[in-house]
Design a protein around this ligand. Structure first.
Ligand code: UDX
Length: 446
């Protein structure tokens, strides 16, 4: 199969590289010439474990190429995937489809024969219809089928997720298009990944419903964690206790500082807008969005409370001028992505309270510097903690999972640790001399 991938961002690049690894001929297209140049030179525009090697292998095998020339890449392709960004539109939260429609118009002008155009970008219900209308208008004489094929990969685990998906969803009622998609994914479903054929609108909705449901699971357990703190229960045990029920499932029940990233925040908002547009309001998702938004700042206040050692206003005022070391800035480990990272709201809350923030992140500091220039970035966790009054674990990078807690404590001038990812057993942190607090766990007494 000859596959063209329009957009060499996260999804486009990973999908393109994986398709080429299945043996297909893949051309990845991007408007950004510097990105294409870098890719041709073997440099990845994003940090994703295993990607550089996968790209190198398939480029060397002649199956994977990069170009800025959309026209020549589209001509003669069996399938053209649209994997451009669909950010939140400023002001109203709708998905901004400008890039999708621009790409569609360019594809329309470039197709040479019967083609299958596949939306891989996360697009609201009905977008496939609009893409099809553009293609028909520009090229009424060409048989072009539009398919929805959402991608469920997670950043940091993208290649594994792509190659071993829980399911492949293909949205089209057209038999020729289904045949092309079957041929493209053959290596996967031979590997026993279920392939689900649905209508196009259903497929588009599956993606949003999946992300909204996962965001709901996380937000649910986060609120239960708050209740655990109030009543003296342990949220990790609650997660285990409910997650072992197969109807609930144990994944996405880790309490933390709130979800972030490039998908959940924007997709939940876009789904709410779709609900509004069709007068079918999604009240649960609405609550999830609100609870998650307020949680991020609440985490900043939690740190201030821990630092004050007391909840009264006078004690909180005394935290002005103190120094907090933040460990982990990206929205989750194994990525350099800072989009909607809880660290941003947490740090803002600390700074608003007159606290000095310094930080470390294994991969995210370059991106973080662009969003938060006024922070003192340090070379490692110990360097960040040196002389600090408190240390806060915001992202559970492996490198923070096995810190020498005694050494960390000795480097600090204070003794407060706030572990927003429940990385450490409370007893271990306390044994190292910390006044330790975490999420939904009250340290056993005595
Ligand atoms: C997500 C979906 O998992 C993926 O299927 C979709 O295609 C894109 O969006 P991603 O954004 O890469 O992937 O990250 P994910 O691993 O799902 O985590 C999202 C956020 O939820 C992170 O901020 C993470 O820290 C948080 N999270 C996740 C929790 O707080 N608790 C959990 O139990 C799981």
């Amino acid at each position: 199969m000859r596959i063209t991938m329009i957009g060499s961002g996260y999804v486009g690049l990973v999908s393109g590289a994986c398709f080429s690894d299945f043996g297909h001929d893949v051309v990845c297209v991007d408007k950004d010439a510097s990105k294409i140049e870098a890719l041709e030179a073997g440099r990845m525009p994003i940090y994703e474990p295993g990607l550089e090697q996968l790209v190198a292998t398939n480029v060397a095998a002649g199956r994977l190429t990069f170009t800025t020339d959309l026209k020549s890449a589209v001509a003669g392709a069996d399938a053209v995937f649209i994997a451009v960004g669909t950010p939140s539109r400023r002001g109203d939260g709708h998905a901004d489809l400008t890039y999708v429609f621009d790409a569609t118009r360019e594809i329309a002008e470039a197709v040479t024969g019967p083609a299958v155009v596949v939306t891989k970008s996360t697009v609201p219900v009905g977008t496939g219809d609009k893409v099809e209308a553009i293609l028909r208008e520009v090229r009424p004489e060409v048989d072009v089928q539009v398919v929805s094929n959402p991608e469920f990969l997670r950043e940091g685990a993208a290649i594994g997720d792509f190659k071993r998906p829980d399911r492949i969803v293909i949205g089209t009622d057209n038999e020729r298009a289904r045949g092309v998609m079957r041929a493209i994914y053959r290596p996967l479903y031979l590997n026993e990944s279920p392939i689900l054929f649905t209508g196009r609108r259903t497929s588009e909705l599956i993606k949003y419903a999946a992300n909204a449901f996962l965001a709901t699971k996380i937000t649910f357990i986060n609120e239960i964690a708050d209740l655990c703190e109030a009543v003296g229960a342990n949220v990790q045990d609650v997660s285990r206790g409910i997650g072992l029920d197969n109807r609930i499932g144990k994944k996405f029940l880790h309490a933390g500082p709130g979800y972030g990233g490039s998908c959940f925040p924007k997709d939940t908002l876009a789904l709410l807008k779709t609900g509004e547009d069709y007068e079918a309001p999604l009240r649960i998702v609405e609550a999830v969005v609100q609870v998650n938004d307020s949680r991020k700042r609440a985490m900043g206040r939690k740190v201030i409370r821990a630092l004050a050692g007391d909840t009264n206003a006078a004690a909180r005022e005394e935290t002005r001028g103190k120094t907090v070391a933040v460990l982990g800035l990206t929205f989750k480990p194994n990525t350099d992505d800072m989009r909607d990272a809880p660290s941003i709201a947490i740090i803002q809350t600390l700074q608003d309270a007159g606290i000095t923030v310094r930080a470390h992140d294994p991969e995210g500091m370059e991106a973080a510097r662009r969003v938060m220039p006024g922070i003192d970035y340090r070379t490692d966790a110990y360097d960040a903690a040196a002389g600090a009054d408190a240390v806060v674990i915001v992202t559970e990078w492996d490198t923070y999972r096995a810190l020498d807690l005694k050494r960390l404590k000795a480097a600090m001038s204070g003794d407060v640790m706030v572990d927003l990812r429940n990385v450490y057993p409370p007893a271990d942190a306390e044994a190292a001399g910390f006044r330790y607090s975490s999420i939904g766990r009250v340290a056993p007494k005595g």
